[in-house]
Design a protein around this ligand. Structure first.
Ligand code: NAP
Ligand code: G4F
Length: 354
């Protein structure tokens, strides 16, 4: 097949994460050769990309993985200079806000210094060839919000070590653009979710629990603050915006959001309703999930992206909840079936005196 982007090469940090996996699919579909940075782990961590890695249409060598770590600048520079990408997407991060209060310095190393290490590597590559850089900035940077809705010009007021680190990375990205003429963009993305969302983020925690409770695999769900409001979109829609930013004539920063905000409780209501349960009977509050400083309300104004990139989100909040619940319900049914098979095997063994 003749792809218009068949001669393009992209490098993604965080390729094994939620957004990285959708972005890799998106770029491979466009014909890109995709390189990804993965961490060495004692267990498999490529579950979200195994289906594309093993896809015979992706081969030969259209998806290549390299061991690396955002804490290791030398290794990252080697990868960038070796792969010579046309586009770099820096999505790698310790991305959990609550965890960043427990591991502040580690979070800063990966998120803030990590972005800087990638920018430095890009700057070195730029001596030989043009390269474009995408930085995964976050609506968490708005924190204790200065205005509603939040747009590109809204003042930052970060409320966690994670958000402070993202603010640093944001400004360094702008600085490399201005100081070194690097084509570098910040995508200020509001929360995006999917069936591939990590299970400790609130949406996925809810959809996993609702479906597991429905299938008799779990009794209770323990949560923190139910009144926080977020602008939740679908991760599959948001990766296109990242790519579009790097296809423009000039590098700029863009807010990517749906423009709608919903509380954690609204998400709970819809998810439990979808499986025919009343959430009030199953949810309890656990102070362990509260944060030392909370972000109460996020809602984005993506009109710049709509006008300049032609980007709009395709998936509504209600549809997002359905997609996530339905995917987790299938998982829960399989788990329940597995458990029954295990039980009946054990019963048979007991009956036969085994
Ligand atoms: P995610 O699912 O948590 O994925 C994070 C990725 O970073 C994983 O591939 C992870 O590898 C990798 N990583 C973590 N520490 C690393 C290190 N030290 N060196 C190299 N790689 C490392 O996050 P996501 O939801 O896809 O988000 C992608 C990016 O967008 C992140 O930078 C996040 O902060 C940012 N962001 C996310 C949202 C959102 O709502 N999802 C909104 C705004 C911005 P392992 O698989 O090995 O853990
Ligand atoms: O799902 P969350 O952990 O996501 P949060 O903190 O908004 O951060 C996510 O979105 C950011 C973009 O705005 C990204 F930059 C970041 O990397 C990450 O992807 O929490 C959402 C809300 C919070 O207000 C939290 O306090 O849900 C509340 N919540 C209530 N109970 C909970 C829980 N959050 C989690 N994770 N677990 C709970 O039990």
């Amino acid at each position: 097949m003749n792809h218009p982007f068949a001669d393009r090469r992209a490098l993604i940090t965080g390729i094994t994460g939620q957004a990285g996996s959708y972005l890799a699919e998106f770029l491979l579909d466009k014909g890109y050769e995709v390189h990804g940075v993965i961490r060495r782990a004692s267990t498999f961590n490529t579950g979200r990309i195994d289906h594309i890695y093993q896809d015979p249409h992706t081969q030969p060598r259209r998806l290549v993985l390299h061991y690396g770590d955002l804490c290791d600048g030398g290794g990252l520079t080697d990868i960038v200079l070796k792969t010579e990408p046309d586009e770099i997407y820096n999505l790698g991060a310790q991305s959990h806000v609550r965890v960043s209060f427990d591991q502040p310095l580690y979070t800063v190393d990966v998120v803030a210094a990590g972005a800087m290490r990638m920018l430095e590597a890009a700057r070195q590559l730029q001596r030989h060839k043009e390269v474009r850089f995408y930085q995964a900035s976050s609506s968490e940077m708005f924190g204790k919000v200065d205005e509603v809705p939040q747009r590109e010009t809204t003042r930052f007021h970060p409320r966690s070590p994670y958000a402070c680190a993202k603010v640093f990375a944001f400004h360094q990205t702008v600085n490399y653009r201005e100081a070194y003429d690097l084509f570098a963009c910040n995508g200020i993305l509001f929360n995006h979710e999917s069936p591939r969302r990590g299970e400790t983020f609130v949406t996925r925690k809810i959809t996993r629990a609702a479906t597991r409770i429905r299938e008799g695999l779990q009794e209770k769900l323990y949560l923190g603050n139910l009144s926080a409001k977020r602008d939740w979109g679908y991760a599959g829609d948001y990766v296109e915006a990242m790519w579009l930013m790097l296809q423009q004539d000039r590098p700029e920063d863009y807010v990517i959001a749906t423009g709608e905000s919903h509380s954690v409780q609204e998400f709970l209501e819809l998810a439990f309703e979808r499986v025919g349960l009343d959430w009030r009977e199953y949810v309890e509050t656990d102070p362990r999930y509260l944060r030392p400083a909370e972000v109460d309300l996020l809602v984005g104004d993506a009109s710049k992206a709509r006008k300049q990139l032609g980007w709009t989100p395709a998936t509504s909040f209600e549809r997002l909840v359905e997609i996530m619940v339905d995917a987790d319900w299938e998982l829960a049914r399989n788990e329940a079936a597995e458990e029954n098979r295990g039980t009946s095997a054990a019963d048979r063994a007991a009956e036969s005196g085994g």
